[in-house]
Design a binder for this molecule. Structure first.
Ligand code: ZN
Length: 142
């Protein structure tokens, strides 16, 4: 399935040191009432929490806890609705002092050192998440 939205507002800015990255993204989208959109973030974190989805058991199998200062080499994602609420879905790639990378599904508990964001709102039909049977994930449904 897919839709063909139109570009809405564009935002660019930064989050503060010690903010929770996922919570900051979510509260920003809620404050601006961004109900559909895409975003990217770059910067650095003091520590991170990543999720990994176990495709066989259909659940997030624990968390990858990274108690390290890391660069946000890439963080991207989208915004849509789940149970009528604005929900941010983000994936992140983090790099250490040797340039080695870690990646995964961004979880609450990732602490910002510095973070610059770009958010593109999309308008038109809305996308709503609901449990999809084959994957067990809250995917976009028709
Ligand atoms: Zn994910």
């Amino acid at each position: 399935m897919h839709i063909e939205p139109k570009p809405g507002r564009i935002f660019i800015g930064r989050f503060e040191c010690d903010d929770d990255l996922l919570e900051s993204l979510t509260s920003f989208c809620k404050k601006e009432n961004i109900r559909l959109g895409t975003f990217n973030v770059l910067g650095a974190v003091k520590s991170a929490k990543l999720g990994y989805y176990d495709q066989k058991n259909k659940e997030y199998s624990g968390c990858v806890d990274l108690d390290k200062k890391l660069e946000i080499a890439s963080c991207m994602g989208n915004v849509s609705l789940k149970d009528g609420e604005i929900m941010v879905h983000a994936h992140i790639v983090l790099a250490d002092f040797e340039g080695k990378a870690y990646g995964g599904h961004l979880m609450p508990g990732t602490k910002v050192f510095a973070a610059e964001f770009h958010v593109q709102e999309l308008v038109g039909k809305e996308l709503k998440r609901g449990k999809e049977k084959k994957t067990g994930l809250p995917l976009w449904l028709e």
